[in-house]
Design a protein around this ligand. Sequence first.
Ligand SMILES: [Zn+2]
Length: 246
Amino acid sequence: MHLQQITSRLHFARTKHANWTIYRGPDGLVLLDSGYLGQRAELEESLGRVGRSPGDVDAVLVTHAHADHLGGASWLADEYGVPVFGGEREVPHLRREFLEQVGPPDVLRNAFRPGVLAWAVEILPLLRGQPGLAVPSARAVPDCGGRVDVPGRPAAVAASGHTTGSTMFHFEGEGAVVVGDALVTGHRTSRRSGPQLLLPMFHADTETARRSLVHLAALDAEVLLPGHGQSWAGKPADAVARALVA
Ligand SMILES: [Zn+2]
C-alpha cells in the first residue's frame, strides 16, 4: 500500500489491485472506495497512517459496486455501523438486487489477452469467496444543495457505463476528482500507464462509459484519483482526450 498525500485533506491509497481515497478534514473522515474484502489490513494501515482507525470513519462513498471497491465498505458497515452511500442508480447494485460484474465466463473469453489470467489468479484470494458481496444498508448519497452531505461535501457526478450507476466525486475545494473506474491510469490487464479505459469485459456498457467521460471533461480540477493506477496531475479534459484515443 502506497499512501500519497494529494492535499492537506485528501490522501490517495494505491495498492497493486485497487485504490481508495481518504478525506480527513476538521468536519470528519470519509473513505471513497475501499478495496477488496481481503485488503482489510491495507485499509486499516492507510487509516492508521492518517492518524485514524476504522471506528472513526463517518461515511463511505462508493463509486460503484464492484468487489474491488466495496470490500472495506462491507465490513465497516457490518462491524462499525458506518453508513455506505452510492449514486442513486447504483444503490440496487450495492444491495445486489442485480450484479454487473465480470465473471468467470468473461475471464475465460478474454484469457488470450496479456495479463488477464494472471490478474484473475491474483485477485481470487482477495475476494474471500464473496465475489458478489452486498451492502444491504447502502443508501443514495444524501444531497445538500447539489453536494453530498458528508464531510468534505464533494459533488456527485454521474458516470454511467462502467456500471449503470457509476459515480465520480468532485472535491472542488481540493481541486480533485475521485473517478473510480470511469477512467483509470493503469491496471494489471493493461501494459500501458496513463489515462485509459479498462478492457471492455469490465464495463456494463463500454459505449456509454466512453460517452460519460464528457461529464468528467467538464470538471475543473488539477488531479484525478482513479480506482486503478497512479494519481494523474492535470486537467480532466486532457485526461479524457488521452483516454479516448488510447
Ligand atoms: Zn475497479
